[in-house]
Design a protein around this ligand. Structure first.
Ligand code: K7E
Ligand code: CUA
Ligand code: CA
Length: 645
């Protein structure tokens, strides 16, 4: 409807550019589907000459977005690292990378997966090595208080092995990982952000987790080929204990997850309501769904014992399938029909609307929160009636961010654009108001955006300053670095009527999603406290070698520029545990500890204690040295380990 409004140039997609970017994808959309289109698109990109760079005027930065040397950024950007398995922290608007937090990966900078403490978080195999050393992080979200961030934790998913990790905001380190039972392809996650209705109720945050891939339940080899026996589960984890509270058996699959501001609902978009096991069969129906969960009813059902368990798991599983939830008045779930293979669901900062994008449909569906609640009361017969607008906004709509003026910003994967549109205008147009201008602006991004998000946009304090477009292809935007390109995160100023491209930030593969958090919300600690580590060595007189049969413990202290021992001896075959406490109290004075040929390498930050355990199986002299430049005598900061034959 708004697509071809002749009075509004923003409503008109640039067909020439679309053809250039992605003609095969258009055919794909009309015919066989997106997957065919994507293949064509990638081949075409590889063969096509590099397109002209964006006009310099558009790319020129303006003073407000510059962060001069010595100045600090206004925002933190917490970003998932995709199949690197990590989480990253950037500053915005500068785009400077501050930290890479190892989570599901191994990381030799800090010794994640090397130290006993990190292995305890990662989980180990019987031989003591980490259970998994890979991960795929897609979605990062922070805990809430009163509808805005509380600066306590962020949560991140691992799509590969179905794990949820928690990262403390005070130290910005992962402190817990939970493996979700009976699921595969854990993709979307969102903590509940309900306002405390009654301050005396001490609730802990729920973290909702959507499983994208259906599997046999239990997946123990009894059913393999027959896809009709596969199911997905939607999981709730407790943010404090990190234990799984409950799961919901559903029809179809989960993808992204969003949770309401009042704590009543959480939802996931579904692209495979077909419950197909082959991609071409996942595009057969015109309407898939956005699936809503009634949190209170689910928890009541669990309390009432109306659940089953699956396999070895003790987690209560309630029935959220369509057949079991036909009566809205008792239903745990509500399946809202959404056109075709939707991707992405986001809630507006006023808490009123969910926007679920069509992906294979050029539409964004606006769902009214209060109408979903009414459906659960039995006041609405047809679940489709909760969709109160469905504007056509462009090709391949995926994710939506919001400003503080009622506008939505949706990434258009196929059009390589961000489209700015007004939610209330879309509702008016849906109700027949032909004068309503829905699409307000479009801006080209480079190229093929996935997630897009606004500053503080997932909170009630959405401030309408910036939008970041995390693009899946960078092509010609940076110096070539071989076949694996950097990705682009493009910073767009959304404070005015027109979106303005402010900067291209290069991002190491493969960013998916971020949240942009005002810096005053985050309070970090800059040094640890000796007392928080049970193994800490608190006095030089305790430093030394302690033997118990074949088990040897070496207690060490680091204080620039020396370790507390010059050498220590163990015997071939000993199981050696080294405990290292960093006595330095000066901020930023971190030491490292590496042992050649024993594959040991880790850091100790000021007042921190870490430990490693290994078998001394190679006789000889080994120089243990400090890896992290700490002092003028950093190179001299080394000691010998003697392994006696
Ligand atoms: Cu990349 Cu959020 Cu995993 Cu969409 S998801 S693009
Ligand atoms: Cu201690 Cu370098
Ligand atoms: Ca589908």
């Amino acid at each position: 409807m708004t697509h071809d409004d002749p009075k509004n140039p923003a409503s008109k997609p640039d067909l020439e550019r679309r053809r250039f970017l992605n003609s095969a994808a258009l055919t794909g959309l009309a015919g066989a589907g997106l997957a065919t289109g994507l293949t064509g698109c990638q081949q075409e990109q590889a063969a096509a000459p590099a397109p002209a760079a964006a006009p310099m005027a558009a790319a020129a930065s303006h003073a407000n977005d510059e962060v001069a040397p010595g100045q600090l950024d206004t925002y933190y950007d917490f970003c998932s690292g995709g199949h690197s398995g990590e989480v990253r922290i950037y500053g915005l608007p500068s785009g400077r990378l501050f930290k890479r937090i190892p989570v599901f990966n191994m990381d030799c900078l800090v010794g994640w997966g090397v130290t006993n403490e990190s292995k305890a978080i990662l989980g180990t195999k019987p031989n003591g090595t980490p259970k998994y050393t890979t991960g795929d992080t897609h979605h990062v979200h922070q805990t809430y208080k009163d509808g805005t961030y509380d600066g306590k934790y962020i949560f991140v998913n691992d799509k590969i092995h179905g794990r949820l990790a928690r990262v403390r905001m005070d130290t910005m380190e992962c402190d817990k990982i939970t493996e979700l039972p009976n699921i595969q392809g854990f993709h979307g996650t969102f903590p509940d952000k309900r306002d405390p209705v009654d301050a005396s109720i001490n609730y802990t945050t729920r973290v909702f987790c959507g499983a994208e891939f259906s599997i046999p339940l239990p997946n123990d080899g009894r059913d393999l080929e027959d896809g009709s026996k596969y199911h997905s589960l939607f999981t709730c984890v407790d943010s404090e204990s990190m234990e799984v509270r409950w799961q919901v058996l559903i029809d179809g699959n989960c993808d992204l997850v969003a949770s309401s501001y009042d704590g009543k609902l959480t939802c996931t978009n579904q692209y495979n309501t077909e419950m197909a096991v082959r991609y071409q069969d996942m595009m057969t129906v015109e309407m898939d769904a956005c699936l809503f969960f009634n949190v209170a009813r689910i928890e009541q059902a669990v309390k009432d014992g109306k659940f089953t368990t699956i396999g070895d798991s003790k987690v209560p599983v309630v029935d959220g399938t369509r057949g079991a939830n036909a009566d809205p008045k008792t239903a745990l779930t509500c399946y809202v029909p959404i056109p075709k293979n939707p991707h992405g669901v986001n809630i507006s900062p006023d808490g009123k609307y969910y926007v679920c994008s069509g992906k294979l449909s050029p539409t964004a569906s606006v769902i009214a929160h209060d109408l979903v609640l009414k459906w659960f009361e039995g006041e609405i017969k047809d679940a489709r009636e909760v969709v109160i607008a469905e504007p056509e906004i462009g090709l391949g709509p995926l994710h939506t961010g919001f400003d503080n003026k009622g506008n939505a910003y949706t990434t258009l994967f196929l059009d390589s654009q961000i489209v700015k549109w007004n939610v209330e205008a879309a509702i008016k147009a849906h109700n027949g108001d032909t004068a309503a201008t829905v699409v307000l602006d479009r801006i080209d991004v480079h190229y093929q955006p996935g997630h897009g998000f606004t500053s503080m946009g997932e909170t009630r304090e959405s401030d309408g300053k910036y939008f970041v477009s995390d693009n899946k292809f960078s092509k010609d935007r940076f110096l070539p670095v071989g076949p694996l390109h950097a990705e682009t995160a493009q910073l767009i100023d959304i404070s005015g009527d027109k979106m303005k491209l402010v900067a291209d930030h290069s991002v190491y593969s493969e960013p998916h999603d971020s949240i942009i958090v005002r810096r005053d919300i985050i309070k970090t600690r800059q040094i640890y406290d000796l007392d928080e580590f049970p193994l800490a060595i608190k006095d030089y007189k305790d430093s030394g070698v302690y033997r118990d049969g074949k088990k040897v413990t070496v207690k060490l202290i680091s204080a620039a520029p020396a370790f507390s021992l010059d050498e220590f001896s163990v015997k071939k075959g000993d199981e050696v545990t080294i405990i290292l406490t960093n006595f330095d109290k000066v901020e930023d004075l971190t030491h490292g500890f590496a042992i050649p040929k024993y594959d040991i390498n880790f850091l100790v930050n000021p007042q921190e204690t870490k430990s490693v355990t290994f078998i001394a199986d190679k006789p000889g002299v080994y120089w243990c040295y400090c890896t992290n430049f700490c002092h003028a005598l950093h190179l001299e900061m080394r000691m010998r380990m003697f392994v006696e034959a």
